[in-house]
Design a binder for this molecule. Structure first.
Ligand SMILES: [Fe+2]
Ligand SMILES: [Fe+2]
Length: 179
């Protein structure tokens, strides 16, 4: 059994992770339109992680015999005026998510939901990585400034991120099938 308030907050968190999946795909589209294919690829890999995050909460609720409720997603930003603005937004979004995980951790403690603790500890650790990644890339994009060559070098570097094995978001997974 999950305390009612914790269950409600976990369902909210599924929504927030799905919103991460969604906004990062808007960024994939934006970067691709700017011919920054490495950045688009990196964000698509990140979007995969976000769906995994949503599913961790989804499965946790189900395993404990409680009801999953998929809520409406908010309308999030879909346009950016520069790659820097997009990466800064990615960082801000991750900070928002970290705050939500902190709130949920505190709530689970207040409600004596000990069984939620291992999963929430995993998310607290994960958020360190998520903020560090976005912060590092946003800082590097800021560093190169108006230097197009620097931006292209960074884009090439970000193209090296690898999809988790078997990810359905990896274009190789579906373009091969239809070829
Ligand atoms: Fe996430
Ligand atoms: Fe991650």
């Amino acid at each position: 059994m999950i305390p009612a308030k914790v269950r409600a907050a976990m369902n909210e968190q599924i929504k927030h992770e799905m919103e991460s999946f969604y906004i990062y795909h808007s960024m994939v589209a934006y970067f691709a339109a700017q011919n920054l294919d490495g950045m688009a690829h990196w964000m698509r890999c990140q979007a995969h992680e976000e769906m995994v995050h949503a599913m961790k909460f989804f499965d946790h609720i189900l395993e404990r015999g409680e009801k999953v409720e998929l809520l409406d997603l908010r309308q999030l930003k879909t346009e950016w005026s520069s790659p820097l603005e997009a990466w800064q937004d990615a960082l801000e979004h991750e900070k928002f998510i970290t705050g939500k995980i902190h709130d949920l951790t505190k709530l689970a403690r207040d409600e004596d939901d000990f069984q939620a603790e291992p999963m929430l500890a995993w998310f607290n650790t994960e958020q360190i990585e998520e903020e560090a990644n976005a912060d590092r890339i946003a800082s590097q994009v800021e560093m190169v400034g108006e230097n197009k060559q620097g931006l292209l070098m960074l884009d090439k570097e970000l193209a090296a991120r690898v999809f988790p094995a078997g990810s359905p978001l990896d274009p190789a997974a579906y373009t091969a099938a239809s070829a």
